[in-house]
Ligand binder design. Structure first.
Ligand SMILES: [Mg+2]
Ligand SMILES: [Zn+2]
Length: 184
């Protein structure tokens, strides 16, 4: 069994610039590559993102593909291997199974890469990332970057009890490495 870290995209590894439809709006946090290099020593890495702007006609699907190729290229330039980018392009009202907190992508990754979810992490800046972690019995880490501050009050007591809250991906990485090294 493999352990994994599922990373949200906007507000987690790149700055949240709303519906991104252009490569020039991709801005990595200055700690992103260092964090992922550390995490990949112990975990398979995935990106999991909701991009409803595609269904809404705000994001062109060709541009979305170029954006994801660019992200993978930048990762590869830094020696980081992202196993898959899982992207839901539907709107909430489409009621698909892949939009977070829908578990379809996690279920797929679990089967394809034999992932031990109880020892894996889901990191993101939105309550839907946390709900996904709870539904899949993975460890959730809520970040205060991106939309994290804004949506913090939407987290229920139950959700807050089940997860860790970190200021950003750097602090989340330290939290994870500490937990696996000391078993806390
Ligand atoms: Mg996000
Ligand atoms: Zn979907």
């Amino acid at each position: 069994m493999n352990k994994a870290v599922f990373l949200d995209r906007d507000g987690t590894i790149i700055k949240d610039r709303g519906h991104i439809n252009d490569l020039k709006d991709i801005v990595f946090y200055n700690y992103t590559f260092d964090c992922l290099k550390e995490l990949q020593k112990e975990f398979l890495l995935f990106i999991i993102t909701n991009q409803p702007g595609v269904a809404k006609g705000i994001i062109n699907s060709g541009n979305l593909n170029r954006i994801h190729s660019y992200i993978l290229q930048k990762m590869s330039d830094h020696g980081i291997d992202i196993k898959e980018i899982y992207c839901c392009t539907h709107r909430k009202e489409d009621n698909c199974l892949c939009r977070k907190p829908g578990t379809l992508f996690i279920d797929a990754a679990k089967g394809k890469f034999s992932i031990d979810l109880e020892n894996s992490y889901i990191i993101g800046d939105h309550p839907s990332d946390i709900e996904l972690a709870i539904r899949t019995k993975a460890n959730g880490i809520y970040l205060l970057t991106g939309h994290g501050q804004k949506h913090y009050r939407e987290l229920s007591f139950h959700q807050k009890q089940r997860i860790k809250i970190c200021s950003n991906l750097k602090s989340a990485t330290q939290t994870i490495l500490k937990a696996i090294n000391y078993g806390t």
